[in-house]
Design a protein around this ligand. Structure first.
Ligand code: DX5
Ligand code: ZN
Length: 220
């Protein structure tokens, strides 16, 4: 139930294959792949062709976070490249229901994300069809930003709604998640934790991942 998904935004892009293999050795459950288009967010990262190459380097779940303006257009490409979970933003230009359908048709797990300024209630109408909701704990675009603890009430509200409706939807948090902040996230009801700088910046990523799991497990 608890999953740690290292964000590869903070890895060394000159040796991504090795970094992926190392994350598996360190106990990562998923790999969080941040896709940015320079339009939805003010940064550009990578596209489906690179994900396809990286697929050869790892059998971990590819947790693809699309921070792009028109996610629906690119779902088939990312699915064919080997994505497992595909997260898109409710604030994007694509139709939410159609994009969820396209993700399902392409054999992936659909997830919907809210930026800090978006009310979490906006995802409630789609919860039945989703495998996961991502509550951003920083403004999307860059790694290494400060954790927004004022997002925790959103996580709590979402967990209550999921429980009330007897659903099994994962709640992911992304941005500033570290040994210091993971406890608050888990206490609020999150169970999938993305961490970039906290893991790749650690001198002992294996210990960091195992401590993160331990800290989160206190609330399950
Ligand atoms: C930010 C990305 C995150 C980012 C997290 O827009 O979605 O996945 O890499 O980085 P840290 O954990 O360093 O805040
Ligand atoms: Zn992300």
């Amino acid at each position: 139930m608890i999953k740690i998904s290292p964000s590869i935004l903070s890895c060394d892009y000159s040796k991504m294959g090795e970094e992926f293999e190392n994350m598996k050795r360190c106990g990562a459950d998923w790999l969080h792949i941040d896709v940015m288009d320079g339009h939805f967010v003010p940064n550009i990262t990578l596209g489906a062709p690179l994900v396809k190459c990286l697929r050869k380097c790892s059998d971990l779940v590819f947790d693809v976070h699309l921070m792009i303006s028109d996610p629906q257009k690119y779902i088939p490409d990312f699915a064919a490249a080997g994505a497992d979970v595909i997260t898109f933003h409710i604030e994007s230009d694509s139709d939410v229901n159609e994009t969820i359908e396209t993700i399902l048709e392409n054999g992936c797990i659909p997830a919907l994300s809210v930026k800090p300024g978006t009310a979490v209630e906006e995802v409630f109408p789609y919860l039945d069809k989703l495998g996961m909701v991502l509550v951003m704990t920083v403004e999307p675009g860059f790694g290494g930003q400060g954790f927004m603890s004022d997002m925790m009430p959103k996580v709590k509200k979402l967990r209550e709604e999921i429980s009330r409706r007897n659903l099994t939807v994962d709640i992911q948090v992304d941005g500033g998640v570290s040994l210091k902040t993971i406890g608050a996230c888990a206490e609020a009801g999150a169970n999938v934790f993305v961490a970039g700088s906290a893991i790749f910046g650690s001198s002992d990523p294996k210990a960091t991942i195992s401590q993160m799991k331990e800290l989160a497990a206190r609330y399950f």
